[in-house]
Structures are given as structure tokens and as C-alpha cells.
Design a protein around this ligand. Structure first.
Ligand code: 16G
Ligand code: ZN
Length: 530
């Protein structure tokens, strides 16, 4: 059966035209778009097999997120909205790299090894970002899916988190929401408006927001919210798709450069927000009276959300376990605040959403955020049930009832499937509104330590291996001791190096108390890895 089932997969149009080895990394396959066609074709084939193996719909997203226009990429989304299972990342890498004449035998091997019933129907839900190369790559993926007789739902231009959302809704028969883009927009907009109520402003909170959409697909989604939230939240949209994707704009640019993106007017103390090219990351920022740039990154969002949930849980009298997950990039100022002031348990895991998501599942309510702005909140089913029942309890005091109802409602504002820039933004706006805070009050909760990130090009980045959630180097032997020596010279100093999972470079992170020293610390550590 197997060999003959795969007989139509050889398609000269999608033969491998490049010999370069390619790997399914933290963010799927990602590289120059012109060498990806055969990879997309093969991932179309693999998505069908994955769908059959899981007996559920699979997502396929064509995007290179915050990378510049010439790059592109692809990642597969598993049925419950998670990243592709680790063992299938290896299968994907192997399939992407086999010679054309080995394609049939490799597919046969996968289907036998994974015990796949080829008669089971397959469904692949596809989305793509706005890159010029995306339509060509879409055709390649479609050709792969059709070669194995899979069903396709092509959602067109959508954000990565929208794809995750539709995959989950499809596989839960609508229990998580309506499996359409309209379902996504109306769910979020309706709950945002109902939580806010008639008072659109509150205390120091003003309902005006400047949004930098990185000239990416998030601009399309932002326009939908701009329309549906008109008068409730006034979104001024910049980098709305008319300029170059991620070029001097977007969440990654703003986070790493710690500078205003192109085109955003520099208005004193106005809340600004940047999302990335596929709208799964978000950071806030503003310019103060002295024209100084202030960044409120993923750590700030995480602490704001954690404090909000902690307060609601305490007021409502619910004893659910709240936890926060960060990575080594989290600013020491935020970790200190979470542990010592908020007293919320905090865990540190390696970079990459799959690690954060997995750890957050251990808590009743798990908040996870990378400093770069990728994150969300996830709830155990039992926690949701408990909150719902509690809100119905008629013996509660008025304050308890209000807090439990808020908790119950805010869950619907959150895209639990994956970090979602726009849903996170609506959550931040909801919390700031509830507290009556402007951006300055939000920033006041703790001070970030001055920090710097550098990229270092090396011959083989994989010579560097790390442990302890990437905070310590194992190899090359002796490197960690050298880093420790340099770091020890700086008050509240901390630094680590790790090989990037998305670029052929090593990343260096450094923070310390004095902003005038942080560059020197980062350069000192970087010089050790050249
Ligand atoms: C990917 C990851 C992101 C991580 C980044 C690190 C997902 C969906 N995305 O974009 O979480 O922060 O890679 O990149 O997991 P790096 O390894 O190049 O530093
Ligand atoms: Zn992204």
C-alpha cells in the first residue's frame, strides 16, 4: 500500500535545487526565500502525514516573522495549537534534506515508523504573511498537500496566532471559538468592549494608542480592531503595510535597538506599541518630556499581567496557583520584582516558545513571556471551571463577585494557543484601564537594569553549548570561567552567550547597574567568543 500511495509525489517542478542543508529550528525552517520551494512542497507532504497521524487538522504557516523581506520560512502547528512535536522536527529536517530520488522511500519510512493509517482523511489549514515570496511558497505547499490528497483550508493573509487559533477551534469543534477569522475578531472585540464598559477612559488612562504594525500582516488585523473598537480604543496605525516589512520598525527592531521605529510621531508620553511581521510579539514604548526613549518589553507585560491576576485571585478568594515563566533574557530587575515584591513563583527555561509554554502548563494559571514580547497566559481546564463556578456563587461578597467575574471574562480576551501581539495588546490596555494607569505609572513598578544584546559571527556557532536554561556555557571548556571573571567586575552584572536558533550567529546578552558600563561588559564578553 505505502509505496503505491506515494507514487505521485515526485514532481520535477519541486525538485531540490540547492544542496545547502536546512534545519527545522526554533521557529521552523527559516532562510532566504529563494531556496525554500522544495522545502515547502515537502512540508505540504509532511503536513498531510502529520494530520493523518494525529487524526486532526494541522496548521501550516508561511512566514519569517521579524526577519527582513528576502527571508521566508514555514512552521507546522500541531492540533492543540502547539509547536510541532520535537520528534517530528527531526523527521521534518530529514525529509527536507533527502535527495529527490529518496523522497518516496523516506515518506514510506515515516508512514511505517509512525504507524500512520493512510486511509484516514487529512486537513491542513494554511496561512501566510505579506512577503512577496509567500504566494509562490504557498503554491509549493499546496502542491505537496494535493499530491497526498489532503484537504486544504487556505486562510490567506493572516497572523501566526490567528492560524493557531483557527487550528484549535477546528479541532475542538468550536468549543474554543468559531474557527474563522471573523470568529477571532468578534470574540476579542466583544469581550474587550464588555470588560471596559461605558467608561472608555479611567483615571490617568487615556484610550489613545499609536501602533507600529511593522508593515506586516498584523496591519490587516489591526485595521479590523481599529474599525470594531472605534471610540472605545483609538488606534492610530503606522507602518501599515505601505513601507518595507520589518525595516527599521516592528517589535524586534524596537526591542533590540531600544529606539523609535520609523514613522511613529514622537509625542510626549503617548503610549506606543510595536508588533512584529507576523504579529506574535508585542512591546510598548514611549518618549518622555526630555525626548528620552522608554521601552516596556515582554518582561513588563508579564509583570503587569501577573500583578493583575494575583490581585483578582486574592480579591475573589480563589486559591489557584499562579506562576510566571521567563528566559535568561528576562531583565534582572523584572525577576527581582516578580519574586520579591509580587511573590509569584518564577521559572526560567531555554529560549523558544515551546519551552515556555510547556513549563507554564504546570501552573493552574501560567503566564509566560520572552523579553522580546512573545507570550501569553494559559489556564488549566480545572482552573477555568473553578473560576466559572466561583463567579456564579451567590454567597460571595460584592467585591469577590466583581473580581471573579473579571477573571472569568478576561480569559476570553487571551489567545491561549500562542503569544498573540494583538490579543496581548488588548489585555494590557484592559489592565491599564482597570488600574487607571498611564504608561509612566506602569513603568514605575520597577527599574530595568541597563542591558545590551550583541550578535557575533563565528565559524561554527554550535561549538558553544549551554546548560541551566542557557545561563551557563558548557563548551568551549573554560569560556564560562572567563565570562564570570569579566562579569564580576560590574555591580549587578550578568551576561550569557548562546548560539542563535534562527541565524548563523552567537548572541551575547549583558546587563549591569550602570548604563555607562553595559556596552563595555557586552563587548568584553563578545570578545571571548570571536
Ligand atoms: C523564534 C522563537 C522565539 C525566540 C527566537 C529566538 C518561537 C515561535 N519563536 O523566533 O520564541 O525568542 O526564535 O531566536 O518559538 P534566536 O534563537 O535567534 O535568538
Ligand atoms: Zn513573530
Amino acid at each position: 500500500m505505502e509505496q503505491s500511495y506515494f507514487r505521485d509525489v515526485v514532481n520535477a517542478e519541486y525538485n531540490r535545487k540547492h544542496d545547502e542543508r536546512i534545519e527545522y529550528g526554533t521557529a521552523g525552517f527559516r532562510t532566504k526565500s529563494d531556496i525554500l520551494e522544495h522545502v515547502l512542497y515537502r512540508m505540504g507532504l509532511l503536513a498531510v502525514l502529520r494530520s493523518k497521524a494525529k487524526r486532526a487538522a494541522i496548521g501550516l504557516m508561511i512566514t519569517a516573522s521579524h526577519n527582513l523581506e528576502p527571508d521566508n520560512g514555514i512552521k507546522l502547528v500541531d492540533p492543540a495549537g502547539e509547536m510541532l512535536e520535537a520528534s517530528w522536527e527531526t523527521i521534518a529536517t530529514n525529509l527536507a534534506n533527502v535527495q529527490d530520488n529518496e523522497l518516496i522511500s523516506r515518506l514510506t519510512h515515516i508512514s511505517t515508523n509512525e504507524n500512520i493509517d493512510l486511509l484516514v482523511p487529512a486537513t491542513v489549514i494554511i496561512g501566510r504573511d505579506t512577503r512577496r515570496s509567500s504566494p509562490i511558497l504557498l503554491n509549493a505547499a499546496l502542491a505537496g498537500i494535493r499530491a497526498l490528497y489532503g484537504n486544504v483550508t487556505d486562510l490567506g493573509l493572516i497572523t501566526t496566532p490567528q492560524l493557531h487559533y483557527v487550528v484549535v477551534c477546528t479541532n475542538t469543534n468550536g468549543a474554543y471559538g468559531n474557527p474563522t477569522l471573523q470568529g477571532y475578531y468578534s470574540k476579542l472585540a466583544a469581550v474587550f468592549k464588555s470588560i471596559r464598559g461605558a467608561e472608555t477612559n479611567n483615571g490617568m488612562y487615556m484610550n489613545v494608542l499609536q501602533l507600529d504594525a511593522a508593515n506586516g500582516v498584523g496591519a490587516i488585523a489591526a485595521k479590523e480592531f481599529q474599525r470594531s473598537l472605534e471610540g472605545v480604543l483609538n488606534i492610530r496605525l503606522f507602518n501599515d503595510g505601505s513601507g518595507n516589512l520589518n525595516h527599521m520598525c516592528g517589535a524586534d527592531y524596537v526591542k533590540v535597538q531600544q529606539a523609535l521605529p520609523l514613522n511613529i510621531p514622537s509625542e510626549t508620553n503617548v503610549r506606543c506599541v510595536s508588533i512584529d511581521g507576523d504579529a506574535d510579539r508585542v512591546v510598548y514604548f514611549y518618549i518622555d518630556r526630555a525626548n528620552k526613549f522608554h521601552l516596556l518589553d515582554g518582561d513588563r507585560i508579564a509583570t503587569l499581567v501577573a500583578a493583575y491576576f494575583k490581585e483578582l485571585l486574592e480579591t475573589s478568594g480563589l486559591a489557584l496557583q499562579l506562576g510566571l515563566v521567563q528566559t535568561a533574557y528576562a531583565n534582572g530587575g523584572s525577576t527581582n520584582y516578580i519574586s520579591n515584591v509580587l511573590r509569584v513563583p518564577v521559572a526560567c527555561v531555554p529560549t523558544g516558545v515551546k519551552h515556555l509554554h510547556k513549563k507554564a502548563l504546570e501552573f493552574d494559571i501560567g503566564i509566560y513571556f520572552e523579553a522580546n514580547g512573545h507570550g501569553t497566559v494559559i489556564f488549566k481546564d480545572i482552573a477555568k471551571e473553578t473560576i466559572k463556578n466561583h463567579a456564579k456563587n451567590e454567597t460571595l461578597l460584592a467585591a469577590q463577585r466583581v473580581a471573579s467575574a473579571k477573571l472569568r471574562d478576561v480569559i476570553d480576551l487571551i489567545n491561549e494557543t500562542v503569544g498573540d501581539a494583538l490579543s496581548d495588546m488588548l489585555l494590557v490596555e484592559t489592565i491599564l484601564h482597570a488600574k487607571g494607569w498611564n504608561v509612566i505609572e506602569w513603568e514605575r513598578s520597577y527599574n530595568d537594569l541597563p542591558n545590551k544584546q550583541l550578535k557575533v559571527r563565528v565559524k561554527d556557532r554550535n561549538l558553544i553549548t549551554t546548560t541551566n536554561a542557557e545561563r551557563h556555557c558548557l563548551t568551549p571548556v573554560g569560556l564560562q570561567e572567563e565570562i564570570d571573571k569579566i562579569v564580576s567586575k560590574y555591580s549587578r552584572g550578568r551576561s550569557f552567550v548562546r548560539p542563535s536558533g534562527t541565524e548563523d550567529i552567537v548572541r551575547v546578552y549583558a546587563e549591569c547597574e550602570n548604563s555607562s558600563d553595559v556596552g563595555k561588559l557586552a563587548m568584553g564578553v563578545a570578545s571571548l567568543v570571536y
